[in-house]
Design a protein around this ligand. Structure first.
Ligand code: GLY
Length: 564
């Protein structure tokens, strides 16, 4: 008996040692000569890569990956939600597409408050009123129409096949589907495809016939296949059944919008990111501007000095976010001033490497002349060097869990990204003000940060993450991991993360992000630290000096790089 125990302990020790060695030796992600797709699910990455191999460009592959994720990653991949796409063409021209959901025309500022003006818990997340007018189909089709080489039929058919024939769920997916079974049943009278009698196991096939029919309607009728006809009718019937507010007029007037991409220079990198209604691009650029003067590379990765600096910047940036950021079609967002290097430096003027300033003593900046978790990201680079970064969302996992009857797709609960009442935090703990108050047909503020970096005029990195409020800090850390800490793409994605969002005044961290000396020092300085299971899920591509692409797929999920 003792011999057996010793053997088991020895074997386990050996396996553990092998795993450690393995992790140490696998410093780089998948390397490919031509095209690369990194997404949250192996099937979606496979489909994106296939489109590239068939001669599609990065936009074709991104659109195909987006529709595929709606099938194989229903947690966040979607046609019932919205997203942002940032594109950089090989000639350096950049574009940004906003297909964020919008508040229905009937929406109003106090719609989630009771008669006493208190926010009614849960309504902005778990009811039909939580649903923003979906933008994903309008967005994906708009991108394809303008920049794609392939037809809609070519890029959407693989997703239709995936839905019709099914695909094997991963272990992580099986666990999540089992976890949300009761929520799906509570939200739906018809049992959706995500629910089965026996618990899901890894390798079980998920078939989605209804979703396949909806995708066929889109294939055959384009935008009208979703925003008009039987699919729209089913969505509106569901709204009527549950007292939701989206009407045919909301669907008719929804438009995806091309916006001017946000660009900035950080050292010898050019950052191209998403402008409002995302706060992501503004916040990322502010963060980079704020840390730029400090020797982060010399201080080292996640040392007390580095963490202290980054957290000081994060507090100031999230305070600005709460005050100034909202839908630029409704409020004047002072983007230029916020990302101005002198403004960002001035914001950091009270920073001392030794002293912690609590969040309560930090407010938004003073601008001269101014009044006023679940998402998914994928990165694509094609053989010609065109690059696409897409972050798309239903807001929380599987949105509000409502599947449109007979159509198989989930509805978002994005209305929670508005500020239901100034000072009352949303489900990510984010506080907002007037700039992000609910108004009819307004887009709710987002943290999604699809970003592309150039170095010396050449494509360098495509990056983004899900994670609600932690999206911005996850992208920020990944960029610094490569540019300052000289990590490979995969190392930068794997590295432990931390997060501070001004309020609450807490540093959230993953176990592997901070060693005990750093934690002790930060506590001595007065910080409150809380460990979290995971922060962000970054999928990124980096172009190496020899032109090859390195994919960084986040091991926190089933994320997969596929390249050729
Ligand atoms: N729903 C998360 C975000 O857009 O920030």
């Amino acid at each position: 008996m003792r011999k057996v125990s010793v053997l088991i302990i020895f074997s386990l020790g050996f396996l553990f040692a092998c795993q450690l060695t393995d992790n140490k030796t696998h410093r780089t992600g998948l390397i490919a000569d031509h095209g690369m797709v990194v997404s949250a699910h192996p099937e979606a990455s496979r489909i994106g890569k296939m489109i590239l191999e068939e001669g599609g460009n990065a936009v074709d592959a991104a659109v195909a990956t987006g529709f595929a994720l709606a099938v194989c990653y229903p947690d966040a991949g979607n046609i019932g939600g919205g997203g942002f796409m940032v594109i950089r063409f090989r000639n350096g021209h950049a574009a940004a597409l906003d297909y964020r959901e919008k508040a229905p025309l009937r929406a109003y500022e106090e719609m989630f408050q009771d008669s006493a003006g208190n926010v009614i818990p849960g309504v902005s997340l778990d009811s039909e009123l939580a649903v923003g007018v979906p933008g994903s189909v309008a967005g994906l089709l708009k991108a394809l129409e303008k920049y794609g080489l392939f037809s809609l039929q070519q890029v959407i058919q693989p997703a239709i096949d995936l839905a019709e024939k099914g695909f094997p769920v991963t272990l992580k997916q099986a666990k999540r589907l089992n976890h949300y079974k009761d929520a799906f049943l509570r939200a739906n009278r018809d049992v959706p495809a995500f629910v089965k009698d026996k618990p899901w196991k890894a390798g079980d096939t998920l078939v989605q016939k209804d979703l396949a029919e909806t995708l066929k309607m889109i294939r055959d009728h384009g935008r009208d296949g979703f925003y008009k006809g039987p699919v729209a009718k089913a969505l509106l019937a569901r709204m009527e059944q549950d007292n939701g507010w989206i009407t045919q007029k909301d669907l008719d007037v929804y438009r995806a919008i091309w916006r001017e991409p946000l660009t900035a220079v950080y050292k010898n990198y050019k950052v191209i990111s998403m402008p409002p209604p995302s706060s992501g691009g503004v916040a990322l650029i502010q963060l980079l501007n704020m840390v730029e003067p400090w020797p982060v590379d010399k201080w080292g990765w996640n040392t007390p000095q580095t963490v202290h600096l980054m957290v000081a910047a994060e507090k100031r940036v999230y305070a600005d976010r709460a005050r100034f950021l909202g839908d630029p079609d409704f409020v004047n967002v002072p983007v230029k001033q916020l990302i101005d290097k002198s403004y960002c430096r001035e914001r950091m003027s009270g920073f001392s490497p030794e002293r912690v300033v609590p969040s309560d003593r930090i407010s938004h900046g003073k601008l001269v002349g101014f009044e006023s978790e679940e998402t998914t990201h994928y990165s694509v680079v094609d053989g010609d060097g065109n690059a696409v970064a897409v972050t798309t969302t239903l807001n929380r996992s599987y949105g509000n869990k409502v599947v449109v009857n007979g159509c198989g797709f989930l509805l978002n609960n994005e209305m929670d990204d508005f500020s239901s009442k100034p000072g009352t935090p949303n489900s990510f703990g984010l506080i907002g003000g007037k700039a992000n108050a609910i108004e009819p047909a307004k887009r709710m503020l987002s943290s999604m940060t699809p970003t592309i970096l150039e170095k010396d005029g050449q494509l360098f990195m495509v990056v983004g993450s899900p994670g609600g409020s932690t999206i911005i800090t996850s992208v920020f850390q990944t960029v610094l991991n490569v540019t300052e800490h000289h990590m490979t793409m995969q190392e930068a994605v794997n590295a432990g993360r931390f997060h501070h969002q001004w309020k609450p005044d807490v540093i959230f961290y993953e176990k592997s992000a901070l060693d005990s000396l750093t934690k002790d020092r930060l506590k001595q300085m007065g910080y409150t630290l809380k460990m979290r299971s995971s922060i962000g899920r970054v999928d990124a591509v980096r172009v190496l000096t020899d032109g090859k692409r390195e994919g960084g797929a986040d091991p926190r999920g089933d994320d997969t790089a596929a390249g050729f």
